[in-house]
Design a protein around this ligand. Structure first.
Ligand code: CDP
Length: 806
């Protein structure tokens, strides 16, 4: 070894593998306007489609007249449900086992529902065309309030379900009822409540909101009549699933369908589902023989394609006087809108809401969810959330604060008293999950020390005294939140989408020069997969991350995968990468043994190659092994160096975190200031700390938006009153607080690299932290629970109702 021989540290650093703050490689094109999004695609002769939408939330469609529209220059066709019936596509199946109208068939069930699809030579002509389509409606009574949907005299929304006493998830008990889902031991839980020393009960609502990615949903469909092939470019978070669904519903052979998800400008769950725009663009292309583009505008996105939350959770906790929880009982009224189009794994009508016991050792629990129809848009997507986990975390984290208030205990102390202990992992929750690993006490204590929690509580007590003396009009709240996530859907034993197991996949091909390509079943929408997946390979096989190209989103080249949502990429696809890389490494070891003329077992892997044990100078780099794979492999071995892995995870992963929000609220104006926000996340092994930090910043910003104002609100007559960014709160850098991030590392014992997901954790943990801060601030004025969102006006109203404002 001379001075120029790189040290072990230098060799490790040169790989830019796991743990490295590698800069995002995709940002080179994104920051220079060189991204390639669906709307960038322009095909020769391409047509444009746009929707006529219903102004009514509930109405019978008496007639649709397209005569004048067809006279508009450039308008070529007006597609209605009648047109779609000729190809049996007027209705489509939903992921939740329901059916959904593609275009209004006899009636409309929510405002802005798709009624007709106008196809024209350009977007402007299509828009002129939709204004000329004459639709005659007969308005019907509307149900918007989920608590009134199951009244005996509530209007019948889904006439197509008349006489159906059961749906995909069991019996229906009312004409607007979808399903009842019960988990846990009701008898034991009721018994725990009977003998409880202390109980709390509160109806905790998580309002309807929307993921609203920067880029809306869109597609280009191009049918080649000669080859009988349909190519679809779209904003799909799960391109392979789209290919299978299109094959099943359009009865086209799957190999004749090519689905390509190019760069995607944010998904957050919005781009998981199948929407009428995709079906109409495909049918229009088949009918016209030309490519057809459909691009949603912002109002359409906010009001028609997917919503999130709308869960109304009556929550009860039983406890001892000392604050030890003894039982949890939750009933949820879940508003699914006009069709049950929730994007959940098929067997889970309320997603993974049964993670609602959270981070606490509840001996017994019982949960019932009633899904119902209302005159609102369908969707029910996991907005930066693993299938209703965000609702569950909000529910339990608010409830724990309410219990602390009733007991006169500090919310952090109450949590510490009830946490699942480190030695209890793997932990079996009362509602059926097996938590893989956790060290909650360490995380919570780190949060309390880092923020100087005790001093903040002291300051709060002083401020309260000053408020009472009339020396200040500001109240101070400390929002503690400790969440446990459940991500990595999922194990084939309990997760599938339309019968397809929720595995994920990776194919790695190493080239002779020591470079390679990894093709994935996952699909980034901005999470930085091109950067991080290469880092896993770099560490696993000792090839620099810069030498690995990552490709996602093309169903012709990528192995079948279930896509990216619910922070499943790292737990599932990330594991597939490690497993494929290990197959490469195993073959590389055989090649190295042959070249170094030793037995395989005499070799050890050393950062970027194999070394003979005890003879450090006998070494072959992975780069050289790649070359050898193409010219001098052992006799009988196939040349080449590539591997595929389809990974079926044995369990979910359970990331967790401890958050604290410090907030001041002026009671006279309701104006709040987030003074401090500290977020400690534990996502197991950290692949790229800088990307994790970015993910946490983004998720916290969304959590801030949701808790403090972002809402899809309807008036009593069913009009959406928050249908644009003028009314739907979208924070900019001006409103967004400063984020302090921190971490602990508790690896997942079953994941090949010990990693858990992280992307949605800050949304899951952030919302309760903000809401608890507001509620904590108002609690000393006598309030128990104030519903979100906590915008200025609602804060002022709360202060007034509590008598703090004259
Ligand atoms: O499924 P999705 O990509 O949205 O979520 P994720 O699995 O939480 O990953 C989000 C991003 O964070 C990816 O680029 C991951 O590689 C990265 N990540 C990481 O660096 N370390 C982890 N332990 C988890 C995620």
């Amino acid at each position: 070894m001379n001075d120029l021989t790189p040290t072990r540290e230098q060799r490790t650093a040169a790989l830019e593998g796991m743990g490295c703050k590698r800069k995002r490689v995709e940002d080179i094109r994104f920051t220079q306007g060189r991204g390639n999004y669906v709307d960038d695609l322009k095909l020769p002769g391409m047509l444009h489609g746009d929707f006529v939408r219903s102004p009514h939330p509930h109405a019978r469609v008496k007639s649709i007249n397209s005569e004048e529209a067809l006279k508009v220059p450039g308008v070529l066709a007006v597609i209605t449900a009648e047109t779609l019936k000729t190809v049996n596509l007027a209705w489509m199946p939903t992921l939740a086992g329901d059916v959904q109208m593609v275009l209004a068939d006899g009636k409309v069930l929510f405002q802005n529902q798709e009624v007709a699809f106008v196809v024209a030579t350009d977007r402007y002509a299509a828009d002129d065309g939709i204004n000329k389509v004459v639709v005659e409606y007969e308005p019907l009574p509307v149900v918007i309030d989920p608590f009134k949907a199951m009244d005996a005299d509530a209007p019948v929304l889904r006439e197509d379900l008349a006489g159906k006493t059961a749906g995909a998830h069991g019996p229906r008990k009312h004409h607007n009822h979808i399903f009842e889902w019960s988990v846990g031991d009701k008898e034991l839980t009721d018994a725990a409540f009977k003998k409880a020393e202390v109980t709390i009960k509160e109806m905790i609502s998580y309002h309807r909101t929307h993921p609203s990615p920067l880029e809306t949903c869109q597609c280009v469909c191009s049918f080649d009549k000669i080859k009988g092939e349909l190519s679809i470019w779209g904003t799909f978070q799960a391109p392979h699933v789209i290919r299978t669904v299109v094959s099943l519903i359009a009865k086209l052979p799957e190999q004749k369908i090519h689905v390509i998800s190019p760069d995607i400008g944010g998904g957050f769950g919005n781009k998981v589902g199948a929407y009428p725009g995709y079906i109409c663009a495909a049918v229009a292309s088949i009918v016209t023989g030309k490519p057809v583009k459909w691009v949603e505008d912002r109002i359409e996105n906010l009001t028609a394609t997917s919503f999130a939350r709308d869960y109304h959770m009556t929550t009860e906790i039983a406890a001892t006087k000392e604050g030890k929880v003894t039982g949890l009982r939750v009933h949820v009224l879940a508003d699914h809108g006009a069709f049950d189009a929730c994007a959940d794994p098929s067997k889970w009508p309320a997603g993974f809401f049964n993670i609602v016991t959270g981070s606490y050792d509840f001996p017994v629990a019982a949960l019932t969810v009633d899904g119902i129809y209302t005159n609102k848009a369908p969707g029910g997507v996991a907005y930066r959330c693993s299938f209703r986990v965000t609702e569950a975390a909000y529910c339990i984290e608010r409830a724990m604060d309410i219990l602390a208030q009733k007991l006169g205990m500090d919310p952090a102390e109450l949590r510490l008293k009830n946490f699942i202990k480190q030695e209890q992992f793997p932990y079996h929750s009362a509602l059926g999950w097996e938590y893989d690993s956790g060290d909650y006490h360490t995380a919570m204590k780190k949060m309390m020390e880092s923020t100087n929690y005790a001093a903040l509580r002291k300051e709060q007590a002083e401020k309260r005294a000053a408020f009472r003396r009339g020396e200040t009009r500001e109240i101070m709240g400390l929002g503690v939140s400790f969440f446990t996530e459940i991500v990595g859907a999922g194990p084939s034993k309990n997760c599938d989408i339309l019968g397809i197991a929720m595995f994920d996949s990776c194919e790695i091909r190493m080239h002779p020069t020591g470079a390679g390509i990894a093709r994935m079943g996952s699909k980034s929408q901005g999470q930085g997969h091109e950067t991080t997946w290469a880092q896993i390979i770099a560490t696993e096989i000792g090839i620099p991350a810069d030498n690995i190209q990552v490709e996602e989103g093309n169903t012709d080249t990528a192995p079948y995968g279930l896509g990216t949502y619910g922070s499943r990429s790292t737990p599932v696809a990330g594991a597939a990468i490690a497993m494929a890389a290990r197959k490469i490494k195993a073959k590389a070891q055989m090649i190295a043994a042959y070249k170094l003329e030793v037995h395989e077992d005499d070799l050890e892997f050393d950062i970027d190659g194999f070394r003979v044990k005890g003879l450090p100078e006998k070494y072959m780099s992975m780069k050289d092994i790649c070359w050898a794979a193409y010219n001098s492999v052992p006799p009988g071995m196939e040349p080449g160096l590539e591997a595929v892995s389809y990974y079926d995870p044995p369990n979910m992963t359970y990331p967790f975190g401890a958050y604290l929000c410090v907030m001041d609220i002026d009671v006279d104006t309701g104006v709040y200031k987030v003074r401090r926000f500290y977020a400690l996340d534990d996502c197991g092994t950290r692949i790229n700390p800088m990307i994790i930090e970015g993910q946490v910043h983004g998720g916290l910003t969304e959590a801030f938006a949701i808790a403090m104002g972002q809402e899809i609100r309807y008036d009593d007559t069913g009009n959406v009153v928050t249908g644009s960014f003028m009314d739907f709160f979208m924070p900019t850098a001006v409103e967004t607080p400063h984020w302090e991030t921190d971490f602990t590392v508790t690896p997942s014992p079953h994941h090949p690299i010990g990693a858990k997901g992280v992307g949605e954790s800050p949304n899951v943990g952030g919302v309760p932290a903000f809401s608890n801060a507001v509620n904590d601030a108002f609690s000393f004025l006598g309030s128990t629970h104030i519903q979100m969102p906590h915008d200025y006006w609602r804060n002022w109203r709360a202060a007034k109702e509590l008598g703090a404002v004259a």
